[in-house]
Design a protein around this ligand. Structure first.
Ligand code: GLU
Length: 259
């Protein structure tokens, strides 16, 4: 399976990109860029979906956690620019160009916009660019949003017909409870059963901040599209490579049908 992963979407969440003070963690960005650079050198096509715009903007504007919608929009607009600057710097070291692609729900629902976004990714990947995707939070407000980057990453994976989606988060994978109530790390999930959905409700709050509800929604989108999805710990170096080499790390969601 592993050797068939040519086009890979990797998503990193805000919690993985911030340090203990809640500020943007530049070393996480550099580490991620180094891991992706290795994949690009192996001729893989990688699309990065990165959160962190709002966190980064709030840090710059010194406004704490933004509450109102305009505050969030402003933080996202400022933060997105900062985020891309950091990624551009980090990838420059490996002579890999990056691109910023900001999507909204419209690109996922409108046939023409979908096709245009798809064509943009195809052209970027052909030129060996790493597209860095986020939702266009400066203009997409709650009512018209995809809303979270797990779903955005899954929809992007479907759009680019990826062979794999990796969700990097701050826990080791997807945790479930056995019938004695003991928690264990699920290494492979073949079906999103009621037990899986119930565990998702608990895991985010009990076992770390990696919000699992949206990850299960992403797994469903991927499963329907025939795309495997993995949840890996962003804080452990070299994990993406180990996973691609076939090592059982994190949690792998195996799709219902082949892609
Ligand atoms: N798009 C948001 C940001 O960049 C993050 C959304 C999410 O973390 O799911 O701040």
């Amino acid at each position: 399976m592993a050797s068939n992963f040519h086009t890979i979407v990797i998503k990193i969440g805000s919690s993985s990109l911030t340090n203990s003070k809640g500020n943007l963690d530049h070393s996480s960005i550099r580490r991620l860029a180094a891991e992706i650079a290795k994949l690009v050198k192996e001729k893989k096509k990688v699309i990065l979906v990165s959160s962190g715009a709002i966190v980064s903007g709030a840090e710059k504007l010194k406004i704490g956690a933004p509450k109102s919608i305009p505050e969030k929009q402003a933080a996202a607009a400022v933060g997105q620019a900062r985020l891309i600057r950091q990624y551009e710097k980090a990838f420059e070291k490996f002579k890999i160009p990056v691109a910023q692609v900001l999507l909204t729900r419209d690109e996922m629902h409108d046939h023409n916009r979908y096709a245009h976004a798809h064509n943009c990714f195809a052209a970027l990947l052909k030129e060996h660019v790493v597209p860095i995707v986020n939702e266009n939070d400066a203009v997409a407000i709650d009512e018209i949003k995809i809303g979270d980057n797990d779903n955005l990453a899954a929809l992007t994976a479907k759009m680019v017909k990826a062979d794999l989606l990796i969700l990097l988060t701050d826990v080791d994978g997807f945790y479930m409870k056995d019938n004695k109530g003991d928690v264990f790390l699920a290494t492979e999930i073949r079906e999103i059963t009621r037990e899986v959905e119930e565990s998702a409700g608990q895991a985010g709050t009990q076992l770390g901040t990696g919000g699992m509800l949206t990850k299960i929604q992403a797994a469903k989108i991927c499963s329907d599209a025939g795309i495997p999805m993995a949840i890996l710990n962003s804080r452990k170096a070299g994990l993406i490579k180990q996973f691609l080499a076939g090592k059982k790390v994190g949690t792998l969601f195996i799709p219902k049908k082949a892609g």
